[in-house]
Design a protein around this ligand. Structure first.
Ligand SMILES: [Zn+2]
Length: 135
């Protein structure tokens, strides 16, 4: 259970980080665009042409067009959001198919989640089931 939980959490955190980076990239793009858009008469066409024109100088002499930055930001934000959604789904799915063993009759049965106490479906005893296998 711990292993599944950790994987789930790392996916969630990774998704959040991706969302955050995406938002930062979009904020940088917006910050670069804003002075041009606010003074422009024809804001949308100006914005579009400026997105393709403007080169952003990164470290190591790498230049990045603003349109790539914007697209990258949007992509990262959405993939991060999907990852967060999926990691939560994995978590609920991970609770499925736990094999429990009855300490009295040694019969096994599958359950949706681990329980501290359960009624054995074979001998009808109220028991503390042992977890045989998690998948
Ligand atoms: Zn039993």
């Amino acid at each position: 259970m711990k292993k599944v939980l950790r994987r789930e959490r790392s996916g969630y955190i990774l998704g959040l980080i991706l969302c955050l980076i995406g938002l930062i990239l979009l904020a940088v793009a917006l910050w670069k665009l804003w002075p041009h858009v606010s003074v422009s008469q024809n804001a949308l066409t100006e914005l579009w042409s400026y997105l393709w024109k403007e080169q952003l100088e990164l470290a190591l002499g790498i230049e990045l067009r603003l349109i790539y930055l914007t697209v990258l930001g949007i992509l990262m934000f959405f993939s991060g959001a999907v990852m967060v959604a999926l990691s939560q789904k994995w978590f609920t799915l991970s609770g499925e198919a736990i094999l429990l063993t009855c300490p009295y009759c040694k019969n096994q049965w599958k359950t949706s989640r681990a329980k501290g106490w359960a009624e054995c479906p074979h001998c009808r005893q109220f028991i503390q089931p042992q977890v045989a296998k998690r998948s």
